[in-house]
Design a protein around this ligand. Structure first.
Ligand SMILES: [Zn+2]
Length: 232
């Protein structure tokens, strides 16, 4: 029956599947994925820091303008001649001097605070860039190790694929398509035997009615793991 051809195919395909799995689970490959993520995160972070820094620089510019105009105002206050003033006007002049001085102190404090913040952002930016660069260098190292493994396994995988192409000719198109679909979904082995009264892949016990259906129809999709249980 047709099942023999696909089982022969699967037997050879098992070797390919296991090589593919060993590549997929390769620690160097996983490390590459992590480092890629680190590089992407660092990029996002450095963009955010750049935006923050430019907002602060803008605020500092405006603050410096305010400081300049406050100082200008202060100079005008200083130019006033108390000799020509009455007592109230002198009081008012002293008040204005005090206000200018206290405003300038506050503005200076704010400017110092902003300068501190911008320094913090700058050092965080430098750390982030270093993280990004280190991740890139590390990535190259792990990528090379992974590529090395791929190139070592490639001849073996190609030989299996050639063998599979020949075996595939004996399998009907519909069966092969169904098989490949399950394989892509990592339902593997696609075809499994009944072990006792259980699925040969996930070991889920089948009901009595499922067993009798399997025995009459020779094939049954496992409700749990989606493998095809066969019974010859
Ligand atoms: Zn199962």
């Amino acid at each position: 029956m047709e099942l023999k051809a696909i089982l022969d195919y699967q037997e050879i395909d098992k070797k390919l599947f296991s090589l593919e799995q060993s590549l997929a689970k390769d620690p160097n490959k996983q490390k590459c994925a992590q480092l890629n993520q680190t590089a992407r995160d660092s990029q996002v972070k450095s963009n955010q820091l750049e935006e923050q820094a430019s907002a602060i620089i803008k605020e500092m510019d405006e603050l410096q303008k305010t400081i300049a105009s406050t100082k200008k105002h202060g100079l005008e206050v200083l130019k006033a001649d108390p000799e020509k003033m009455d007592e109230d006007e002198i009081d008012e002049l002293l008040n204005r001097k005090e206000r200018v001085a206290s405003n300038l102190t506050l503005l200076d404090k704010r400017l110092t605070k902003l300068a501190e913040t911008i320094n913090q952002i700058l050092s965080e930016f430098n750390r982030t860039i270093k993280l990004y660069n280190d991740a890139k260098v590390q990535y190259q190292k792990f990528k090379a190790a992974y590529d090395q493994k791929v190139s070592e396994l490639q001849p073996q995988m190609n030989a299996i694929k050639t063998e599979l192409t020949a075996l595939a000719k004996k399998v009907d198109k519909e069966t092969l398509e169904k098989y490949n679909k399950k394989r892509e979904d990592k339902i593997f082995p696609v075809y499994v035997q009944l072990v006792g009264n259980a699925c040969g892949r996930c070991r889920m016990e089948l009901s009595a009615s499922a067993i009798s259906k399997l025995k009459s129809e020779h094939m049954l999709t496992c409700e749990n793991c989606r493998s095809i249980i066969y019974y010859l």
